[in-house]
Design a protein around this ligand. Sequence first.
Ligand code: N01
Length: 544
Amino acid sequence: MGNPEQQTPTAGASPAGEVEQFDAIVIGAGVTGLYSLYRLHELGLSVRAFEDGGGVGGTWYWNRYPGCRFDSESYTYGYSFSEELLQEWDWKEYYSGQPENERYLNYVADKFDLRRHIRFNSRVVSAVFDEEDDRWQVNLQDGHRASAQFLITSVGILSAGYIPDFEGIDSFQGPWCHTGRWPKDGMDLAGKRVGVIGTGATGVQLITEIAKEVSHLTVFQRTANYCAPLRNGPIDDEAQRKIKASYPEIFKMCNESAGSFMHKFDPRSAMDVSPEERLEQYERLWKEPGFKKWLSNFYDVMMPGEANEDYAKFVREKIRQRVNDPVVAEMLVPKDHMFGSKRLPCESGYYEVFNQDNVLLVDVRQAPIERITPRGIKTSDAEYELDVIIFATGYDAVTGALNKIEIRGQGGQTLKEKFAGGPRTYMGISSAGFPNLFTINAASVGNFVRAAEPLVEWVSECIRYVRENEFTRISATPEAEDAWVKHVNEDGAKILRTQANSWFVGANIPGKARVLLTSPDTAPVMRAKRAEVAANGYEGFLLE
Ligand code: N01
């Protein structure tokens, strides 16, 4: 297996000034990038992936922070396209950690010989559509240039890290980092006074893990979250055999569920059963691992309304029971947003961390951070002395990673300008005026690999169709795009994910337009819509 530390940018090395020619260029070698490479090669295309990192894995390459792991079942997260791969790979834990996840993606890259088509340490800075020859001209930071008919942005949904614009960051005398750029050599936190800003899914995982080794931990929380026990554990040989024998059923369940998880809602309303029966179900599911607690619960627990608030009360009580100091407990109990309206973190001892004498919870909504000082963090109330600061402050989701690349389509317009008021696409995949560009990162929803695999297959099939029918361009029509944007805005407004201020709607980034960044549809509905579009000769697309 290749060592991710030892990748070089040699793949595709070309004499200075020469523009490498490919049928397709994939930006990113994470989960979707690797699979795009694989599929397009299967079609016989010449493909090159440009990857900013020194190895494959994307999210699982960059997020090396302590505690980073899946919170969907490991065996639902692997690729399903190869039975051999499924049978060869042993997931060691039910919710596998970052090192194993990165190993898995390296294993895939080696097994399917993808590495030689990837140029590592290669940041794409711009991509310009050449209207004369219908090709994308791609420019890298190091001066390397390449050209291809098709461009696929597999740049991730949550890959452009966000650090709030606090004054004085550079004056801080100790080390600091964002969780999404955790140093490969790790950070020495043992015996240090550490400050963590942010208590989203990342902060919750990180805080729980580092609380075991730091001398003092200060957690700067702006919004309390609903978190629930992950209940991870090792997969023993017997369970391993069962999993491997059950992949068809596992994937079938995932395919049938709204978010591609292996959980099925109870078709009953929480409000249609007695309070005793309701509580019995809440308690029974609470003892189960992972997302089952809400995704196998009464269906309306995950919809705005009475059932949602009833379950929120149950979870709030669970939090209170675990925190010794009632004042701290109340700080950790979410009261300002609906259960499930923000991404729900799973945890493995998070609340007990706040029972440790060396852990302090600071409410930065009540006393906001004013600046970073050479010695630590200053809020409107006090200055906290720290040796290390960690920003678990999230991501400029979906559009952030696209905006980092100057993508110029027809007439010289940039995607960034076009997306200033929110993504303007057809089904997340294609944008009018940007022919042969597939914004695959803007189209994925739910359990990531399960959602990404069919999407990559659809895009590959679309490319095959374009080539076989000797078209030179494909892009969304303005009409199809307008209708899609209207659908996202109107139907998106009704779902739980748009009810709180989170990355789902871009509300975590100051100045970013507040719109749903993903599809409001369930995964089965999205797959059906895409299938229908393809069956109708790519209806809603302009083929030239
Ligand atoms: O980011 P977030 P994340 N001052 O945006 C706070 C996926 N994921 O990296 O809530 C003070 O959720 C912010 O506060 P608030 C998952 O999809 C998956 O944690 O905006 N605080 C919040 O607490 C997840 O949803 C796994 O008030 C500030 C935090 O920073 C997504 O990644 C594991 C601030 C950011 O939380 C992102 O999660 C981890 C400020 N100025 C993550 N600005 C898996 O298990 C921001 N914050 C697979």
